[in-house]
Design a binder for this molecule. Structure first.
Ligand code: FAD
Length: 459
């Protein structure tokens, strides 16, 4: 192919990951055409889709810094320093996410962030968005694809040099790859759905519950969470089984049942959601699932972001992982001097096991958030883990922190997490407070079982 500047990239899907990828590519000098199914949220008031706000963590922040837009993103962020747990009686317990002041995650509006990313992509002068233009077909052999103008229904067949697809969890491009028998794909729906509600600000525009926290109402088999928005409101999400039992979407099918359910199990939240039953029946019920794929490329086409590896949202990492994909792609373009034929397999190799690892950890974290956090032993282990991190900062880092605050590849965070869980299990056995820990044994276990982490993995 000709020089990089002449080369043209086709990108399908202008969600969070596609919009960031287009900035990287625009900055590299590629001419990028982005085809997006939906209207432009900057111009039309449309639902933001999947979740109204989401948690941004260090893995997502580093790529935003790399493309030089973090100062603008910062204006959209609300720090969340830990979990605020609400029990059935409305009693609160705050649990810090990390032990250093900088160990926080941030709530950010999906619509705000995606709008900023698109503005910045256009500011490179190399990126053109085509909204309301869904991809409807692709021919990998001929390197052609068909897009439809959603306004007129007219279809156009276009050629591509390189086609990148960030078209989300239900990715049509992934489905075309599946049909072409490219590697093995699996897609597993969780038997739990979600529903978004809102706690508005008070009349003066202030937050009605602690602003700098991710609130959780853990109830064993189900839970409610809430993340703050810049306007003083909270986006509240109920996660619950789809079909089974009293606490299920199938059962909550009348306003009375919804009202009673919230009054009984989430009383303090119930008191802050004035139009609960209207919202419950107006807002869509979202589905959740995990997508795993073995091979993410076919010829000159590559999928990444949720298209390749959608995960459940309980570690708050789907977008962060997709942003890390963008940084990895950029770094491999540097390494292979923009030779996409080398970049595609190297990218696939670098990301696949990590994507599978965060998929597993996200599933684990649902149980932690909705259930384990209610167990006093969980809190004891958390305190021991923080103390071990103080004593061995390059060896023992709690798993949550490895994922949220550092750049340790997910697969390593997962395998170290298993070792650490065993160490904590051994140390917490038969004791009930931190001052009873056998620190000599702790030192021996850490030194024997955990290697020193490379510096560039740490924050
Ligand atoms: P998407 O954001 O889904 O974007 C895909 C885009 O492709 C869309 O704009 C879509 O319209 C477009 N598209 C689809 N089909 C076509 C087509 N045929 N032609 C053209 N365009 C098409 N992640 C976090 O990091 N932190 C969180 O706290 C967090 N919370 C979440 C909470 C919930 C309830 C859910 C469901 C997800 C959450 N996530 C979170 C995950 C996060 O939303 C996703 O990982 C992220 O949106 C993935 O970005 P993406 O660009 O790959 O896909």
């Amino acid at each position: 192919m000709s020089s990089k500047q002449d080369k043209h990239i086709t990108l399908i899907g202008a969600g969070l990951v596609g919009s960031l990828a287009s900035i990287y590519l625009g900055l590299r000098g590629y001419k990028v055409d982005v085809y997006e199914k939906l209207p432009d949220i900057r111009l039309e008031d449309i639902p933001a889709g999947r979740s109204i706000n989401l948690a941004l963590a260090n893995r997502g922040i580093r790529p935003l810094q790399q493309v030089g837009i973090m100062d603008k993103v910062e204006k959209l962020l609300i720090p969340m320093k830990g979990r605020m747990l609400h029990d059935e009686k409305g009693e609160l317990q705050f649990q810090s996410y990390g032990q250093k002041p900088e160990e926080v995650i941030y709530s950010v509006s999906r619509a705000g962030l995606v709008s900023l990313l698109r503005d910045e992509a256009e500011a490179t002068s190399n990126v053109t968005f085509h909204f309301k233009h869904p991809l409807v077909d692709i021919d990998f052999n001929q390197q052609t694809f068909i897009v439809e103008d959603a306004m007129t229904g007219q279809q156009q067949t276009l050629n591509y040099d390189v086609l990148l697809a960030t078209d989300g969890a239900g990715s049509p491009v992934r489905q075309f790859m599946e049909a072409a028998k490219v590697g093995h794909f699996s897609s597993e729906l969780l038997e739990h759905n979600y529903k978004e509600l809102t706690i508005p600000s008070d009349q003066a525009g202030n937050f009605q519950i602690e602003e700098e926290a991710l609130h959780i109402w853990p109830r064993g088999g189900y839970m409610v969470i809430a993340l703050p928005n810049l306007d003083g409101s909270f986006t509240v999400t109920l996660f619950m089984p789809t079909n089974n039992g009293e606490a299920s979407f199938a059962n909550l099918n009348t306003p009375e049942k919804v009202d009673n359910f919230f009054k009984q199990y989430f009383k303090d939240a119930y008191d802050l959601i004035p139009n609960l039953t209207e919202l419950f029946f107006e807002n869509p019920t979202g589905v959740l699932g995990t997508v795993r794929s073995e091979k993410w490329f076919h010829g000159n086409a590559l999928i990444f972001g949720d298209a390749a590896h959608a995960i459940v949202p309980f570690h708050g990492q789907g977008m962060n992982c997709g942003f890390e994909d963008c940084a990895e792609l950029n770094s491999l373009l540097n390494q292979f001097d923009d030779d996409w034929q080398q970049v595609f397999p190297a990218f696939n190799e670098a990301r696949r096991d990590n994507a599978n690892a965060i998929a597993d950890m996200a599933l684990d974290n649902y149980i932690e958030m909705r259930d384990s956090v209610r167990d006093p032993k969980f809190h004891l282990k958390k305190s021991i883990a923080f103390e071990l991190e103080k004593r061995f900062p390059e060896q023992f880092i709690p798993r949550y922190s490895m994922v949220m605050f550092h750049h340790i590849p997910y697969a390593q965070a997962q395998s170290r997490g298993v070792i650490q869980a065993n160490i904590l299990q051994q140390l917490a056995k038969e004791i009930d407070s931190l001052d009873q820990v056998d620190w000599q044994l702790a030192t021996q276990l850490v030194q024997d079982q955990l290697t020193v982490l490379p510096k560039d993995y740490l924050q």
